[in-house]
Design a binder for this molecule. Structure first.
Ligand SMILES: Cc1cc2nc3c(=O)[nH]c(=O)nc-3n(C[C@H](O)[C@H](O)[C@H](O)COP(=O)(O)O)c2cc1C
Length: 261
């Protein structure tokens, strides 16, 4: 499924950036630094049409094929995963089509979930809904006597992106099931964020005090027993987030290698 998805995505990019004879660089050029085997990445801006074997994600141009010219799905996936960043540098006034949002939600619902509970619930908040959400959460702050500046920020913060998606997880029959449901919803959120990155959208997963707000739950129409796992911001990027250093993950091989000598 993933290879097919990525292949068709690559084809849609190819359609958007058809081959050009007058490219500012040779078609076979390596662009930028090697990131992984058979994949080169240019972290600078390149304001030129992409040849058909390159993918542009935001200002980044990626070589999507191995040297033989075939699509390498794992490299494509690694690229998308590494390009996903939390960013609110988006155009708040540029709409995202309902069709694209529905696609992202559909792909997000492919996440694994124990006992097939399909525990995710999505609420898409756009247009004036964002200001209404801000009003609801500002009331929480007024009630607890927070400073005026904080209340004003709550009123405007949801206007920073054109689309917000509140994601909740349903309760299970016991605490283990409830915890596993939440794990599944986190996996669904990451899948959605990766899909958004592949679609060239910037995304941002936020949590904080709002997650336990009764007003947010009621605004979204979630059940009392649901847990809100995130409020996702989505928008078309107008800038890149600052680079991030990621420590190498701890990993240890235990047992006999499956590698053939
Ligand atoms: C469960 C969860 C909750 C998060 N909540 C917030 C948040 O409330 N505010 C925020 O600025 N970032 C939030 N983030 C985003 C992280 O700060 C971000 O993932 C981290 O800084 C790494 O940056 P990256 O996403 O660009 O790789 C959250 C991330 C996760 C997984």
């Amino acid at each position: 499924m993933v290879p097919r998805l990525i292949t068709s995505m690559t084809q849609s990019w190819k359609a958007r950036y058809p081959p050009e004879d007058s490219l500012p660089y040779p078609r076979s050029a390596r662009i930028g630094q090697p990131l992984w085997k058979n994949l080169w990445i240019d972290l600078g801006k390149l304001n030129a049409p992409c040849p058909s074997d390159l993918l542009r994600v935001g200002g980044t141009v990626l070589r999507m094929t191995d040297p033989s010219g075939s699509v390498d799905p794992l490299s494509s996936f690694e690229t998308i995963a590494s390009l996903r960043r939390s960013s609110l540098r988006v155009d708040p006034d540029r709409a995202i089509s309902d069709e694209l949002i529905d696609r992202l939600i559909a792909v997000s619902a492919t996440a694994p979930n124990h006992r097939r509970t399909f525990p995710w619930r999505f609420r898409i908040i756009t247009g004036e809904g964002r200001a209404e959400l801000g009003e609801a959460l500002a009331l929480d702050l007024i009630e607890t006597g927070q400073p005026e500046a904080k209340i004003e920020k709550a009123r405007s913060k949801y206007l920073r992106a054109p689309v917000l998606i509140a994601v909740a997880s349903i309760a299970g029959e016991d605490p283990t099931m409830t915890a596993e449901n939440r794990d599944a919803v986190a996996a669904a959120i990451q899948t959605l964020l990766l899909g958004a990155t592949a679609a060239d959208l910037a995304s941002y997963w936020s949590t904080g005090a709002a997650m336990t707000s009764v007003r947010l739950r009621e605004f979204c129409g979630f059940d009392e027993t649901d847990t809100i796992v995130g409020l996702l911001y989505l928008g078309w990027p107008i800038g890149d987030p600052p680079p991030i250093d990621r420590p190498a993950p701890e990993s240890l091989r235990i047992g006999t290698s499956t590698q053939t000598p």
